[in-house]
Design a binder for this molecule. Sequence first.
Ligand code: HEM
Length: 401
Amino acid sequence: MLASELELPEILDGTFDQRFARRMALDPDQWIVRNMFGYAVMHYEDATAILRDKRWHSAVSRIPELMGITNRQFLERQQVSILSAEDDTHLRLRRLVAPAFSPRAADRLRPFMRDVMSGLIDRVAGAGRADFTTDICEPYPIPIICELLGAPKKDWQLFSRWAGDILEIFSADVVDKIDLIIRTQDELGEYTRALIAERRSKPADDLLTDLIAAEEAGDKLSNDELVMMVNAVIVGGTDTTRNQLGCAVSLFANHPHQWALLAERPELAPRAVEESMRYFGAVRGTARFASCDIEYRDVLFPAGTFIAVGLAEANRDLAVFSEPEEFDITSEPSGQPQVTFGSGIHYCLGAALARAELQEALPLLARRMPELAIDGDITWKPEGVGIFGPAHMPITFAAGH
Ligand code: HEM
C-alpha cells in the first residue's frame, strides 16, 4: 500500500513535549504517524531499521532547501560535508576519519577535560549558585575542541565566536544569517589551512595531525576535506555536548538521590551518561528522505518521502527498556543501546569524545555541587532543528566544595 493511502493519526503541531506526550499515548501497535513534513516513526525497531537502511538518506543535506535557502555557494559546500554525504563518498570519508575519533583518541583528552571543568566550577563554587547553562555548559566544549584540533588557548575566543556563528545554521531565521555563516566558514577555512600547513611540517599529538596522516589504500583527505572535517567537528561537537550536559543536570536536579549516589560512586559515570542520554537526550530526533522508492512493512514510500525518526520516543520503548519511565543510573543496561547518538552509517562520529566529556564532567559536578537544586524556572531553548536543552538554568548547591 502507498504511504499516502494509510489512515494515520496526525501529529502536526504543538511543542515537542506536547507531540511527545501524544506519540507516547498512542496504541503500542501504531508504528507510524503523519507529521508536518511527511511521516514519523517512534518505535525503537523502526527507528533503527530506517537509520540502518542506506536507501534512506540523511535529511541534513535538505535542511537548507527546506528552510528556503537558495544561495548557490552555500548549497555547494553543504554537499561535501560528512554530515550529509551518502553512499561511496560517505563511506570513504568515514573510513578515513574513524580511527582519529576512536575511544583511545578521546581518552587522551580526559585529564584536560577534568581541568577545564574544575576551572569552571572553581568560579562559582564559593557562591553556591550559578546559571548552569551560561557558567558551565556554554564554555565547556570549546577548549576541548580546540585542544582536540591542536589550536592554542589564545584562539579559544575566536573558536567560540566561529562556533556561535556557524551554528546559526540551526536557527529559525537562517536565511537572514547566510552571509554571516559563509563569511565565518571562510575565516575558519583560512585558519584551518594555516594550521594544516603548520602540522604538515611539524606533526603534533592532535586530531588534525591524525587526519592529515589518515590514509587507506593510498587514499588521503584533501585540504578541502580536512577543512570540511573541522567544520563538521564544530557543528557536530559543540552545541550537542553543552545541551546534553544541561539536559542531564536538569534531570539529576529532579533526582537528588541519584546525584548523591554519583558523587559517592564516580565509577557509575558511564552508566549515568547512557541513562541520562536515554531518558533525556539533547538530540530528540533526526530525519531521512527516501533516495528511491522504498518498501518497508508492506508500505511503499515513494522517492523523496520525508520521515522523522523519533530518537526520544525510541529511547522510551517498553519493548527494549524494562522500565523506560524510570531514571536510574544503577539499572542493568538493556541489551540495546540508547539512540541519542543515532544509529547506522551516520552514527555520531564524536560519540567517544562526547561520552568522555560527559563522563568526566558529571561525577566532578556531583561531588562539587552537592544539594543541587533548580532555583526558579528553567528557560528552555526554542525547538529549532534538532538540538534541545536549557537556555538558562539557575541553580543553587552547597557552597565551598
Ligand atoms: C552528547 C553529544 C552529542 C550528541 C547527542 C550527538 C548526536 C549525534 C547524532 C544523533 C548524529 C547522527 C545524526 C543523524 O543520523 O541524522 C551525530 C552525527 C555526527 N556527530 Fe554527533 N553528537 C554529539 C557529540 C558530537 C561530538 C563531540 C562530535 C565531534 C567531535 C560530533 C560529531 C558528529 C559528526 C561529524 C556526525 C556526522 C557523522 C556522519 O554523518 O557520518 N558529535 N551526532
